[in-house]
Design a protein around this ligand. Structure first.
Ligand code: SF4
Ligand code: FES
Length: 331
C-alpha cells in the first residue's frame, strides 16, 4: 500500500491556496497575496494544508492553532471570504474540483502577522458584559442550586469557544467599532438566563440603553451562519431584546423602531420608512431628528426618498388578518 505522501491520484489531493500575508516588520504595513500548492490527503483539513505549506514551502507563514479538534477556538480564519475554524473545515469541501481557495485573517480584528489576529478587542467586548455570575444572596445551604432544565437552556451559549468567527464577519462591526458584538451579547444572554444570577434587570437595562448595545444588531444572520458551535448569537440577541422589553425597557429608539415597524406593516401591509425613521428617533427628540436630515436630503437628491404617506399594499387586509391570527394565538 503506497504512502499518501508518495502521491497516487486516489490518495492525495492537490490544493491551491492564495494566502493574505502581512508582516509588520518587513512590508511597512502593506499586505500581499501569496500562492502555494501542496498535496494533502483528501480527508485533510484546510489547517492541514496550511501546516504542510509552513513545514514544506514557507516557514515564515504565521498562523495560530492548538487543539486541531475544534475545541480551543484558536484557528479562526476567513476561507473564501467566510470565517471558519480551519481545523474543522475539510479542504475538499471548500475546493471539491481543485479550485483555488483564499485564506485571510479574521475580519474586524487587528492583524498581528499573516493569519494571526489579536483578540484584545474581542475580549474587551466580552468584559463589557461582566461575564461572571453575580448572585444577590448567599444560599442557606451554602450552595447555589440550578435545575437541569435551566442549565440545559444555557447550553447554546455555553458552547461558545471564543473563536471570534462571529465577530470577524459581523456586518455592524465593519461600520461601527463601538458595537459590543455578537459573541459578547450571546455571553450576556447566558447570564440573564441563569437563575443563580441576581443582576438580570441591571444587565438588560445596561445592554438596552448602551450605545452599541443589543439594538445595534441589524439581523444580517452572518454570525449564525459562521458560528462553528451552533451558538446562533443573533437568536440570543433577539431573546435579549424581548427580555428587555418584557422587563419594561420601552423608552428607547430600539423599542420604538420595533414598535413602528410592527404597526406600519400591520396597517399598510408594507413598511412606512419615513415614519419608521421619525418614530425611532422620537418625535420630540429634535437633535436626533436633525441628525436624520442629511440622510433625507441625500435620499431626496437620488430620488430615493420614501413617500410621506405610504400607499397601502394591495393585499394589506391579508397581512392584517395574519397579524390578528398570530396575536390571537399568543393571547
Ligand atoms: Fe465563536 Fe460562535 Fe462563540 Fe462567536 S458565538 S465566538 S462564532 S463559538
Ligand atoms: Fe483548536 Fe481549531 S485548532 S479549534
Amino acid at each position: 500500500m503506497p504512502d499518501a505522501k508518495q502521491g497516487t491520484k486516489q490518495e492525495t489531493m492537490h490544493v491551491n491556496l492564495k494566502v493574505k500575508r502581512y508582516d509588520p516588520a518587513d512590508s511597512g504595513g502593506k499586505t500581499w497575496w501569496q500562492e502555494y500548492e501542496v498535496d494533502i490527503h483528501p480527508d485533510s483539513t484546510v489547517l492541514d494544508a496550511l501546516i504542510e505549506v509552513r513545514e514544506q514551502n514557507d516557514g515564515t507563514l504565521a498562523m495560530r492553532c492548538a487543539c486541531r479538534a475544534s475545541i480551543c477556538g484558536s484557528c479562526g480564519m476567513k476561507v473564501n471570504g467566510s470565517a471558519k475554524l480551519v481545523c474543522k473545515t475539510r479542504a475538499i469541501d471548500v475546493s471539491p474540483n481543485g479550485e483555488q481557495m483564499t485564506i485571510e485573517p479574521m475580519g474586524n480584528q487587528h492583524v498581528v502577522k499573516d493569519l494571526v489576529v489579536s483578540l484584545d478587542t474581542f475580549f474587551a467586548q466580552i468584559k463589557r458584559v461582566e461575564p461572571f455570575l453575580q448572585p444577590d444572596h448567599v444560599p442557606a445551604q451554602g450552595e447555589y442550586i440550578a435545575s437541569n432544565a435551566s442549565m440545559e437552556n444555557l447550553l447554546t451559549s455555553m458552547n461558545c469557544i471564543m473563536c471570534g468567527c462571529c465577530v470577524s464577519d459581523c456586518t455592524v462591526l465593519e461600520v461601527d467599532s463601538n458595537f459590543i458584538g455578537p459573541a459578547a451579547l450571546a455571553k450576556a444572554w447566558r447570564f440573564t438566563e441563569d437563575p443563580r444570577d441576581g443582576k438580570r434587570d441591571e444587565r438588560l437595562k445596561m445592554l438596552n440603553d448602551e450605545d452599541g448595545g443589543m439594538w445595534d444588531c441589524t439581523r444580517c444572520m452572518k454570525c449564525v451562519d459562521v458560528c462553528p458551535k451552533g451558538v446562533a448569537p443573533m437568536d440570543r440577541i433577539m431573546e435579549l431584546r424581548e427580555a428587555a422589553i418584557q422587563a419594561g425597557n420601552t423608552n428607547t429608539p430600539g423599542y420604538h423602531h420595533t414598535e413602528s415597524f410592527y404597526n406600519s406593516v400591520k396597517k399598510n401591509g408594507r413598511l412606512d420608512e419615513t415614519r419608521l425613521a421619525i418614530d425611532s428617533a422620537g418625535w420630540t427628540n429634535l437633535p436626533r431628528l436633525l441628525d436624520l436630515a442629511p440622510i433625507g436630503i441625500a435620499a431626496m437628491r437620488k430620488g430615493k426618498l420614501p413617500p410621506l404617506f405610504p400607499h397601502k399594499a394591495e393585499d394589506h387586509k391579508k397581512v392584517k388578518d395574519l397579524y390578528e391570527s398570530v396575536e390571537g394565538e399568543s393571547k
